[in-house]
Design a protein around this ligand. Structure first.
Ligand SMILES: Cc1ncc(C[n+]2csc(CCOP(=O)(O)OP(=O)(O)O)c2C)c(N)n1
Ligand code: SF4
Ligand SMILES: [Mg+2]
Length: 349
C-alpha cells in the first residue's frame, strides 16, 4: 500500500518535506488578530467544534487567500447557516449530508473555469470541505475517497464528535467502544457500542491522501500549523479534529478543555501527522505529542456520562485500554528512539 517511515523527532514544526518553505508558526491563539468564526452561530455552550472551526478559519485566513468552504450537513452546518454572517468573508456552500467530497471537486472545477475565463487565479483560493464524523466515516465516505482518488488540491476537515449529534446522538463509525448512544444504548444484554472505532487517517492514507493529520482545539498552535500545511501541500489533505460535544457526551459545558486534555493524557486521542512522498510512495509519520505520565483510560471515562455504564464493568474498561495500547504500539519505534518506554506497557518520561 505504502512504505512507512518514522520521524524520530516528536513535536509540531511548521516545516514539511513536501513544502519548500515553512508555513506560518501562528504561536498562541491569543496573539492572532484575524477573525475566524465570529458571533452569531448557534452552537451549544462548550461545543468543541465551534472552537475547532474558529481555529481552522483563523489559520486559513492568515495565509491571505480567499477560503471557499463546502459544509456537509451536521451540527457545524446547522449552527452556522441560519446566521451566515458568522463565517465572515468565507464563501460557503451548504452541501448534502453524503457529498462533501464531491462538492470539493465541484469547487475545484468552478475555480478552474473562472481561471480559464480570466476571472480569478486558482492560487488565490483555498478549497475547504468540512463535515462531521457521520458525514465522513459513514454516509460521505464514498465521496471522500473518490475525491482523494482524483488527487485534487484541497483540505477536508472532519469535526469528529464521535456520533451523529445533530439528529439525536446516533452511533457512527467513529463512536468509541462501550459508548451509550441512541442506537447503541447501554442495557443489560448489550452494553453500549460493541464495535471499536475506525480511524479516518488510516482510511485517507489508504486512499492516497498527500497529508493527513489529527488535531484538537486545545493544542492551538499544533492545529493551526497543520491546517496551514494542509492548505499548502499539493493534492488532497485531510485533518481530523477531536470535538467535545457536551450534548451528546452528557458532559458539563465548562469542562471542554479538561476532557480534551484527558483524551491526550490517556492517548484516547493521539496527535500525529503523515506526509506522503508520491515518487517513492513512502509516508513519513510524525508523532506530535507524548503525555507526560501514564494515565489509564478510566480517568478519561469520568467526566462523560455517555461512559457511565461501562465504567461499572472493569472488563470493559480493560478492553478500552487494550484498544488504546494497540493503537499506541504503532509508535513504538519513535518512542524507543527517544528512550520512552512504549507499546503495550505503561510509559514514564
Ligand atoms: C441523506 C441524508 N440522510 C440523513 C440526514 C439527516 N441528518 C442530518 S445531520 C445528520 C447527522 C450528522 O452527523 P455528523 O456528520 O456526525 O455531524 P454532527 O451533527 O455530529 O456534527 C443526519 C443523520 C440528511 N440530512 N441527509
Ligand atoms: S449538539 Fe454537540 S456538536 Fe452540536 S452544537 Fe451542541 S455541543 Fe456542538
Ligand atoms: Mg458527529
Amino acid at each position: 500500500m505504502y512504505n512507512i517511515l518514522y520521524n524520530r523527532h516528536i513535536g509540531t514544526t511548521p516545516h514539511s518535506f513536501l513544502l519548500p518553505d515553512p508555513v506560518l508558526d501562528v504561536g498562541e491563539y491569543g496573539a492572532i488578530l484575524t477573525t475566524g468564526l465570529s458571533s452569531g452561530h448557534q452552537g451549544c455552550t462548550g461545543c468543541g467544534m465551534v472552537s475547532g472551526t474558529n481555529q481552522v478559519l483563523k489559520a486559513l485566513k492568515l495565509t491571505g487567500k480567499h477560503v471557499v468552504a463546502s459544509i456537509g450537513t451536521g451540527c457545524n452546518e446547522v449552527i452556522t447557516t441560519q446566521n451566515t454572517s458568522c463565517w465572515g468573508n468565507v464563501s460557503v456552500d451548504h452541501n448534502n449530508f453524503p457529498n462533501t467530497g464531491a462538492t470539493l471537486s465541484g469547487n475545484v472545477a468552478a475555480l478552474r473555469a473562472l481561471a480559464r475565463a480570466g476571472a480569478a487565479s486558482p492560487d488565490a483560493f483555498i478549497n475547504l470541505g468540512m463535515a462531521g464524523d457521520g458525514g465522513t466515516y459513514d454516509i460521505g465516505l464514498q465521496a471522500l475517497l473518490a475525491w482523494i482518488a482524483r488527487g485534487e488540491d484541497g483540505i477536508y476537515v472532519c469535526l469528529n464528535n464521535q456520533a451523529y449529534m445533530n439528529t439525536g446522538v446516533q452511533g457512527s463509525g467513529a463512536t468509541p467502544y462501550g459508548t451509550h448512544t441512541s442506537t447503541t444504548p447501554f442495557g443489560k444484554l448489550i452494553r453500549g457500542n460493541q464495535r471499536t472505532p475506525q480511524y479516518l487517517p488510516d482510511l485517507a492514507l489508504a486512499a492516497g491522501a498527500s497529508y493527513v493529520a489529527t488535531a484538537c482545539p486545545v493544542q492551538h498552535r499544533d492545529l493551526m500549523i497543520k491546517v496551514q500545511k494542509a492548505a499548502a501541500i499539493e493534492g488532497p489533505c485531510v485533518v481530523e479534529i477531536y470535538s467535545v460535544c457536551p450534548e451528546g457526551w452528557k458532559s458539563e459545558t465548562d469542562v471542554f478543555h479538561e476532557i480534551t486534555e484527558w483524551a491526550l493524557q490517556t492517548r484516547s486521542w493521539i496527535l500525529y501527522e503523515a506526509e506522503r512522498d508520491r515518487k517513492t510512495n513512502t509516508v513519513l509519520f510524525t508523532l506530535n505529542h507524548v503525555p507526560e505520565k501514564h494515565v489509564g483510560v478510566a480517568d478519561y471515562l469520568k467526566l462523560q456520562e455517555r461512559f457511565a455504564g461501562m465504567r461499572e464493568f472493569p472488563e470493559m474498561v480493560e478492553r478500552a485500554q487494550e484498544v488504546i495500547e494497540s493503537r499506541w504500539s504503532f509508535w513504538q519505534p519513535v518512542l524507543q528512539a527517544n528512550g520512552i518506554q512504549g507499546g503495550d506497557k505503561a510509559h514514564e518520561l
